[in-house]
Design a protein around this ligand. Sequence first.
Ligand SMILES: C[S@@+](CC[C@H](N)C(=O)[O-])C[C@H]1O[C@@H](n2cnc3c(N)ncnc32)[C@H](O)[C@@H]1O
Length: 388
Amino acid sequence: MANNSNLGAAKAAKNDEFYTQYADIQKEINAYLEYNPDTFRDKTVLLPCDDPEWSNFTRFFAQNFERLGLKRLISTSFAVESKKYKDYEPTLFETESPLFDADKTRIKGKIFELTRDTNGSGRIDLDDLEWHYLEGDGDFRSPEVCALRDQADTIVTNPPFSLFREFLAWIVEAGKQLLIIGNMNAITYKEVFPLIKENRLWLGATGFVSDMVFGVPKNTEVDPKDKAKAARLGYVGDFTRLGNSCWFTNIDHGRRHEPLKLMTMADNLKFSRHKDIREKGYPKYDNYDAIDVSHVDAIPSDYNGVMGVPITFLGKYCPEQFEIVEFRKGDDGKDLIYSNLNGGGYNPALLQNSRSSTSIPGIIKNAEGRINGSITYARITIRKRLKN
Ligand SMILES: C[S@@+](CC[C@H](N)C(=O)[O-])C[C@H]1O[C@@H](n2cnc3c(N)ncnc32)[C@H](O)[C@@H]1O
């Protein structure tokens, strides 16, 4: 049975220690290769915040070194003494290596590099990784990991969720290609949304609002529902599901060039599978010149004005089809709000009724989604990109 201090440590570390599954990495990388088989060709790829001895990122990129056409693969780890979670035993890989140093193993980060066939097997793969201890603890902000970042073309990892903003800024300031996992809520951060709006960052090709499963250290306390969900997906043991994780990237992929297939406003009002669209239409906000569209698949294809849509839209965003206008705020700097369902006038049937009915008091919904006290989704505003 787990002792209490273990459980406590695991709980404290729970925001940082999540290990990405091989299948999720493979699925995502394959999507870039489908779009452009040379996406990673002749590139130096850096995998920071990793534990190269058991990381699936290192395993995937090392095993696919030749297929991807990489020039150099570098992977770095963070010293256990610097982590929140300190329950650690060096692996046999490390202890049986002539480079093993008992004084360094807990306080130094490690670097693994792959550039060539070191063992004469005729192919470059995992068995050719060369390693040594770093001077420091492997913190991504340290001068030596910054120097590795500067040598890299592409940075790929699942960074510590608690340092996501800082980690993203660390890559963006160096102008590198990136593919990193984060929490969907990061879309709303003031440091992140402007990058998305300017098409300097977008969501990855797979996994958005789906069920990414992560490994966790032994004895980590996880929500039993998430553990059960992970088990249903075939991951039994020290795994959890993080349903709101997604990939962020600035590498092009095919999904973002597939326009959403949408119906006209008139057809949505008649045939939408969403009752609220059929019944209430598209209300106008009180504090912004835009209509509210409560479901991504109900975006009207023929509306040229600004529309507030749920942030899940970003998982379907095609920049040739729409442009992003704003995140959430009305002209008054407050959250988007509409208070009069009949006042918008975008459902002709409701307009007719509104002549004889008064507005519906008490139904007030804002972009943070409060409808009579219940929470729905935040909104971003978009506009159809008109063809030149
Ligand atoms: C979410 S885990 C992901 C690990 C691995 N990349 C994977 O996906 O399997 C993030 C890792 O970053 C480490 N970490 C935390 N702070 C760090 C820092 N300042 N610099 C480098 N790594 C850090 C954590 O200890 C943790 O092992």
